[in-house]
Design a protein around this ligand. Structure first.
Ligand SMILES: Cc1cc2nc3c(=O)[nH]c(=O)nc-3n(C[C@H](O)[C@H](O)[C@H](O)COP(=O)(O)O)c2cc1C
Length: 169
């Protein structure tokens, strides 16, 4: 490696990313997780890619459930991302107190999402610390804020994700 870890971290953290919630479910276990590594990777089929830590509960749920949702969030409500960085608590049709509905693939879709996508798992690429889940979009839409809504990005918060591996990654 021609670069030190500090420089690698600082440079990688400059990559602009969305900040959203990834919904997953296997049977009675439902989860939502703070996710920043998400992007479109194909037009036909329409595919979204999300890289998920191999150690996360979400990783198992996506593999077992065969689907996931991507929930872009209103830009002025970034507090949500703090709570969803550990397994979420389900009470009725809420996760960490945020209302959900069951999507057409069975995964949770957040009622407060600014924009949602539902994806059926298409391929998995094992990348190292993370698995890249490629999902074919089977449903998508806007939430209660309409089409002009601005969505949250990493730079709206003081959070960071990625860079080089630390203990536990
Ligand atoms: C700002 C932020 C962005 C994150 N982005 C990702 C991500 O893109 N992929 C990922 O696997 N974990 C990401 N995480 C970590 C997960 O949210 C956290 O490890 C997770 O809740 C564990 O997953 P689990 O609830 O499925 O066990 C991020 C955390 C934060 C705070």
């Amino acid at each position: 490696m021609a670069v030190d870890d500090t420089t690698l971290n600082k440079t990688l953290w400059k990559i602009p990313n969305a900040l959203c919630l990834l919904g997953s479910r296997a049977g009675d276990t439902w989860n939502g997780m703070t996710q920043s590594w998400v992007t479109q990777v194909s037009m036909e089929p329409v595919l979204l890619a999300a890289a998920v830590d191999t150690k996360a509960l979400t990783n198992r749920l996506v593999r077992e459930g065969g689907a996931f949702s991507i929930n872009l969030w209103p830009r002025d409500d970034t507090r949500v991302f703090v709570k969803f960085s550990k397994p979420a608590k389900k009470e009725g049709m809420t996760l960490n107190g945020r209302p959900i509905r069951e999507g057409i693939t069975g995964v949770p879709v957040f009622e407060e999402a600014a924009v949602f996508f539902e994806c059926r798992l298409w391929r998995i690429v094992e990348c190292g610390t993370h698995d890249l889940f490629l999902g074919e979009v089977v449903d998508a839409g806007f939430g209660p804020y309409g089409e002009e809504v601005e969505v949250a990005r990493m730079e709206d918060t003081r959070m960071k994700y990625g860079g080089v591996r630390r203990g536990g990654h």
